[in-house]
Write a protein that binds this ligand. Structure first.
Ligand code: AMP
Ligand code: MG
Length: 478
């Protein structure tokens, strides 16, 4: 009735890659958020059923026709240490094919224990699921590849964390949930044929253009590296800090997945860390490109037996591919930064011009988002800035002629006014989870859905944090 069209290719892969498991029964499912815009893209009509039927369906209480629920197996380096994992609190209902022919995983997060739960309860609390919903919608609106959420359902059951929380299920969509860690899992089993089957599957699903290539596994590695280089540059450009870039949280598709203790940076600083468990700053803002490269090296290792029969030759080819990452990342980053300064041509010295602006922003703890957004009109910001501005204006004289209004319009199309600010996210989560008041959440969702427009009435959401809001920490949803 909702319009599901399932075709579950992953569940037809060899057995060790997943376990069949149904979502747990829950007492009183209620739909807190229904993402009608996403539903429309999926060809689903969430209004075709009653509210109670919708909540039952999206909480996996009545399985939709064609669903074949499984938990996926994977491994991962968590803060550098290798572990066998798997979906411990997520169940893949199946793959929905949209009216435009796109294949999307439909996954329930927080829907009970699975064979991979280890000692975990398989559950999720409302606050972290709402955070994931907000972040996914914000990233999507910013044009950043991401998983999204179709709905957030409260289960009517308690979840025990540091205190008792309201249980919730996030209905998540992603182009797949195949991770670097999925390959690490197959490689750790030591079964090269399983690995090849998984690689062929991932290539067909995400890189169909290279399916028929002779050297497709090396090409696969190169393309995953290229997508991650682009993704991380995009994150960096908006000040996004993922928080837990473990290899199991890095998708082969190049989408952002597994939003845990993530947050957007306010004042510009490379050491920005929000996650309470990241004590060493492994996943700090400025460390993300290096960590992505480290994760990709772990990915490359899994593919070695497929890349070439001779290990030495495979290592040489993979190493060469990995070496491209910094340059690819830098290129994507610079092209985003050029757009922010309205540099439509490329000149030597552009990277230095950007770098000196960033150094000034860091030295003066300038707000990352607001400084870029207001750059065109920023004056009287001290001598150092005046001298940078003079260099920038001189560089702009090399650009094709433009009116000031056009320049401002292009710059604002490249620099968002609204990101989900930590103070606003906290305010929304607290009201929703503790007081059942969804108004702040909806106001924030409306604002982040349209990040590049003049903030106008929503200007509250463009504001940097109040002075009292420093030392912000986020916590894992577990
Ligand atoms: P995450 O930090 O959310 O990416 O999770 C890391 C691993 O721990 C994944 O394999 C999760 O499935 C598992 N996990 C996290 N929370 C729970 C939980 N409450 N119950 C069972 N497994 C969990
Ligand atoms: Mg994860």
């Amino acid at each position: 009735m909702l319009g599901w069209r399932f075709d579950n290719t992953y569940a037809r892969l060899p057995a060790p890659l997943f376990e069949r498991i149904a979502p747990a029964k829950v007492r009183d499912p209620r739909c807190i958020i229904a993402n009608h815009a996403l539903a429309q893209e999926l060809g689903l009509d969430l209004r075709a059923v009653t509210e109670s039927e919708l909540a039952q369906a999206l909480a996996g209480q009545a399985l939709p026709p064609g669903a074949d629920p499984i938990a996926q197996a994977y491994a991962g380096h968590q803060f550098g240490g290798f572990t066998m994992l798997g979906d411990g609190r997520a169940i893949l209902l199946g793959e929905h094919v949209t009216p435009r022919g796109a294949r999307l995983d439909i996954q329930l997060k927080g829907s009970g224990q699975t064979p991979y739960s280890r000692r975990g309860d398989g559950l999720a609390a409302l606050g972290p699921m709402l955070r994931e919903h907000i972040m996914g919608e914000a990233m999507h609106a910013l044009g950043i590849p991401t998983s999204r959420s179709l709905a957030v359902i409260t289960t009517g059951e308690p979840v025990l964390r540091e205190s008792v929380k309201r249980g919730a299920i996030l209905v998540r969509t992603a182009s797949s949930h195949i991770r670097v860690g999925t390959f690490q899992y197959a490689a750790a089993l030591g079964d090269v044929e399983l690995l090849r089957t998984l690689a062929d599957y991932a290539v067909a699903r995400h890189y169909p253009g290279i399916s028929a290539c002779e050297g497709r596994y090396l090409e696969f590695l190169q393309q995953v590296i290229a997508r991650q280089a682009s993704l991380i540059a995009h994150w960096q450009s908006v000040g996004f800090v993922h928080g837990v870039m473990n290899t199991d949280n890095m998708a082969i598709s190049g989408e952002t997945i597994d939003y845990g203790p993530c947050a957007f940076m306010d004042a510009c600083h490379p050491g920005t860390v929000f996650s309470s468990i990241d004590r060493q700053g492994r996943y700090a803002y400025g460390n993300q490109p290096a960590i992505a490269r480290w994760n990709l090296a772990r990915f490359a290792e899994t593919l070695l037996p497929l890349i070439a029969p001779d290990e030495g030759a495979a290592i040489a080819a993979a190493t060469e591919a990995l070496k491209q990452f910094p340059e690819l990342h830098e290129r994507h980053w610079l092209s985003r930064m050029r757009a922010r300064l309205d540099l439509r041509t490329e000149r030597p010295g552009d990277a230095e011009l950007v770098q000196s602006l960033l150094e000034w922003m860091q030295a003066h703890q300038r707000d990352h988002t607001q400084t870029f957004r207001q750059l065109h009109s920023l004056r009287n910001a001290g001598e150092e800035f005046a001298s940078w501005r003079a260099q920038w204006e001189s560089r702009l004289r090399d650009e094709p002629a433009s009116t000031e209004a056009d320049r401002v319009r292009r710059m604002q199309a490249a620099s968002p006014a609204v990101i989900p600010r930590n103070w606003a996210v906290e305010e929304a989560l607290e009201a929703a989870a503790e007081r059942d008041d969804l108004a702040p959440l909806h106001a924030l969702l409306d604002a982040v859905a349209d990040p590049f427009s003049e903030a106008g009435e929503r200007s509250r959401f463009a504001d940097p944090p109040p002075a009292s809001f420093c030392g912000y920490r986020t916590f894992c949803g577990t």
